[in-house]
Design a protein around this ligand. Structure first.
Ligand code: GAR
Length: 219
């Protein structure tokens, strides 16, 4: 089987990137990571990717005159790698229209909230402050608006009275490491289709009871 080639963009420690990498190395995986790009030279995930034998590059905004030139360089590097899917994994940069349009329906993101609630930064702290009873994470296709786009899969976790943002973030992160590889696996298997603002998933097998997803099938 031809595996889906995936590029992963990171800015920090890269734990989601590593979860994707581990999943990609399972025998039944439908995808492989062909490239990791960090937009910061101090991104911890960079060394981890290199140690795992993955091609890993740094492309920094500071080395370019404009946002457009930076994103063009990102685009060219990814194209050159033959990746067919781009995964944002803690990539702290709001991608502009040209990039998003070029990669429409081939660009996905993970966000540590149950979208459309709590967009932006420090969302686990916001969830604790707001006193919500449930939080979670979302994998979605990327559109022009921040943390917006058709939802592929979500996982939910409880918010407990004694939680602070770090405790909650750790509980959510555990689920991120499950649903991100799951979403990419489905895409690699050709089970995902975008229909308007909804994502249809063909015959998804769910092993994790925390995952909430509307399983509309193709047929
Ligand atoms: C993750 O919690 C991810 O969901 C979040 O950044 C963290 C990156 O951790 N992304 C966003 O907030 C995007 N809006 P990681 O580098 O260990 O994967």
């Amino acid at each position: 089987m031809n595996k889906l080639k995936v590029a992963v963009l990171i800015s920090g420690r890269g734990s989601n990137m590593m979860a994707l990498l581990e999943a990609s190395r399972q025998p039944e995986s439908s995808f492989e990571i062909c490239l990791v790009i960090a937009n910061r030279s101090d991104a911890g995930g960079l060394a981890a990717a290199q140690q795992a034998g993955i091609e890993a590059d740094i492309i920094k905004f500071g080395d370019f005159e404009t946002r457009e030139a930076f994103e063009e360089a990102l685009h060219d590097r990814i194209e050159h790698s033959d990746a067919r899917l781009v995964c944002l994994a803690g990539f702290m940069w709001l991608l502009g229209d040209a990039f998003v349009q070029n990669w429409r329906d081939r660009l996905i993101n993970i966000h540590p909230s149950l979208l459309p609630a709590f967009k932006g930064l420090n969302v686990q702290a916001q969830a604790v402050e707001m006193g919500v009873r449930f939080a979670g994470c979302t994998v979605h296709f990327v559109r022009h608006e921040l943390d917006d786009g058709p939802i592929i899969v979500q996982a939910v976790v409880p918010v407990k009275p004694a939680d602070d943002e770090n405790i909650l973030a750790a509980r959510i992160l555990e689920q991120e490491h499950i649903i991100y590889p799951q979403a990419v696996q489905w895409i690699g298997e050709g089970r995902i289709r975008v229909s308007g603002e909804r994502v249809l998933i063909d015959n998804a097998d769910i092993h994790n009871e925390a995952i909430i997803s509307p399983f509309d099938t193709f047929d």
